[in-house]
Design a protein around this ligand. Structure first.
Ligand SMILES: [Zn+2]
Ligand SMILES: [Zn+2]
Length: 142
């Protein structure tokens, strides 16, 4: 696992955010579980292995602070529990309706995410959340 804090882009994002020990643990866990897009409770389970006395409330707090700072994003679909994602590149999330997995869907090379939408003139996108729901390749096969 690359040390995320040495990534200059991330260092910039986290600049100004006081990186307490707990926040660092929570951030590292989200990075480590990135592929699964962990929920707060799975972050908590993993964080406890590193910091046994961390509380669920602290984990929630850290996740909120990191989300506000733009270091991670919160991913929601319908009423399912929020997931967390440290991938700051433009991407969509695919939710599998059968196995509950969530994975990143990247843009095609050279594609502009704002392009397919009929945006009113003069508007500017600051943030975009695209969620897809369907069957992942594994579930599609079975
Ligand atoms: Zn993601
Ligand atoms: Zn699936």
């Amino acid at each position: 696992m690359a040390d995320s804090l040495t990534d200059p882009k991330m260092a910039e994002k986290l600049d100004g955010l006081r990186m307490t020990k707990q926040r660092k643990v929570v951030y590292d866990v989200v990075q480590e579980l990135a592929i699964d897009h962990p929920t707060a409770s799975s972050v908590y389970t993993k964080a406890k292995e590193i910091m046994p006395n961390i509380s669920l409330a602290t984990v929630y707090n850290c996740l909120e602070t990191l989300t506000e700072a733009g270091a991670i994003t919160q991913v929601n679909l319908h009423r399912e529990a929020s997931r967390f994602c440290p991938n700051l590149q433009p991407h969509a999330h695919f939710f599998c309706a059968k196995c509950d997995s969530v994975f990143d869907v990247n843009l095609n090379e050279q594609a502009d995410a704002s392009e397919p939408w009929n945006l009113p003139d003069g508007s500017k996108i600051q943030e975009m959340n695209v969620a897809m729901r369907g069957l992942c390749p594994n579930c599609q096969d079975s």
